[in-house]
Design a protein around this ligand. Structure first.
Ligand code: PMP
Length: 396
């Protein structure tokens, strides 16, 4: 029976990691991988996470199931962090949290929920978007459509985006990146979010906001601007959240599906469906990551420690963006790459072409995705000049 099964190529980024590992050049630089790196190139366990884990070893009393919606305490803290502790949405009891195995698990819950409860609705994705959006939503059987996000020069095309949103059939679902757009790094200004809100309201669209990088852009509250604007001004919003990046607990698979409804009656109806969706997929979410997050939020000291380290990570990324542009100035390239300092989050559409990317790899052992997407966190004081010299070499 297995004989006719075809082998498919692996993930392009995994191939990149393998090529990087096999490269013997001591100066090699990995700008491809999608995780945070510190100055030493390490993806650290955050200090507050370590402390919380120590505490959990001593205090954890059971490994029994935590239920399909997950740990209620975790859900409560996530809602407060995403929507704001004083959110009118929380006061009106119209938001529901269902803990999920990472942000990907939340996206899959959203996809299955849309497929089963809102049949016939297409989902509109930014072009480009995180490639796994395509995989997750099509695996659930949804019809995928796209709206433009960048122009031919790989710069944000907000006019194109807005015009396309205005033409989406009423009632369809539109996926928006809350902040730190992956892969481009281009985020919307407050005014642009307001315009998106107006179109979404006029067309009766259902926004699905993917919030995987809260705290990586400008700050925990700052990064939530768009999410909160939509949540407070629309009857219905879906948010998929992830703790992978901002707690650095990628492998603990910790995320949340949030449904915001018109009122608490509708919210409870939706919530009841989500328990079934979760049960049919994986029954209960894993508990270690949510226990870490709840332990941190239950302690003012650990919360302060976490916020401080998250601030350091965000500061490092934003400083690297400035340093990168400054290091290109002697090559006369600072104008050409000025947008890199304006972008937010780990990723940057540099504007380098597939040919530049190939030359960087073959001549200089610098690895990034073919689209010219670089993980800024892969830069460091040690490799910055090397990378910028190499870029100057290939774009000449
Ligand atoms: N959404 C976006 C835009 C992402 O970049 C990622 C992670 N790369 C996720 C969701 C999912 O994150 P995870 O499942 O690891 O929590």
């Amino acid at each position: 029976m297995f004989e006719p099964i075809e082998r498919v190529p692996g993930d392009a980024i995994l191939g990149l990691i393998e090529a990087f590992n096999n490269d013997s050049n001591p100066d090699k630089v990995d700008l491809g991988v999608g995780v945070y790196r510190d100055e030493q190139g390490i993806t650290p366990v955050m200090r507050a996470v370590k402390a919380a884990e120590q505490q959990l070893i001593d205090d954890e009393k059971t490994k029994a199931y935590i239920g399909s919606h997950g740990d209620p305490e975790y859900g409560h803290f996530v809602l407060e962090t995403v929507l704001g502790a004083n959110s009118p949405v929380l006061a009106a009891n119209r938001a529901s949290a269902t803990q999920s195995p990472g942000g990907t698990g939340a996206l899959r819950l959203a996809a299955d929920f849309i497929a089963s409860q809102l049949p016939g609705k297409s989902i509109w994705l930014s072009d480009p978007t995180w490639p796994n959006h395509l995989g997750v939503f099509s695996a659930a059987g949804l019809n995928l459509e796209k709206y433009p996000y960048v122009d031919a020069d790989n710069r944000l095309d907000f006019d194109g985006m807005l015009a396309a949103l205005k033409a989406i059939p009423e009632g369809d679902v539109v996926l928006l990146h809350a902040c730190c757009h992956n892969p481009t790094g281009f985020d919307l200004s407050h005014e642009q979010w307001q315009q998106v809100l107006d179109v979404v309201r006029d067309r009766g669209l259902l926004p699905l906001v993917d919030f995987a990088y809260q705290g990586f852009g400008d700050g925990l509250d700052e990064d939530a601007f768009g999410v909160r604007l939509l949540a407070e001004n629309l009857d219905e919003v879906i948010i998929t959240q992830s703790c992978s990046k901002n707690f650095g607990i990628y492998r603990e698979r910790t995320g949340c599906f949030i449904a915001i409804a018109r009122n608490s009656e509708d919210m409870e109806d939706v919530r009841s469906q989500l328990a079934i969706t979760a049960r049919e997929n994986y029954s209960n979410p894993p508990a270690h990551g949510s226990a870490i997050v709840a332990t941190i939020f239950n302690s003012p000291e650990l919360t302060a420690m976490w916020r401080e380290e998250l601030g350091e990570m965000r500061g490092r990324i934003n400083q690297l963006r400035q340093d990168f542009v400054a290091a290109l100035a002697p090559h006369g390239l600072d104008q050409r790459f000025a947008h890199v300092a304006e972008q937010r989050g780990m990723f940057s559409y540099t504007g380098l072409t597939a040919d530049h990317v190939a030359q960087l790899r073959d001549k200089h052992s610098i690895y990034m995705v073919k689209s010219g997407r670089a993980n800024v966190a892969g830069l460091s004081k040690d490799n910055l000049d090397y990378v910028c010299n190499a870029i100057a070499d290939v774009v000449k």
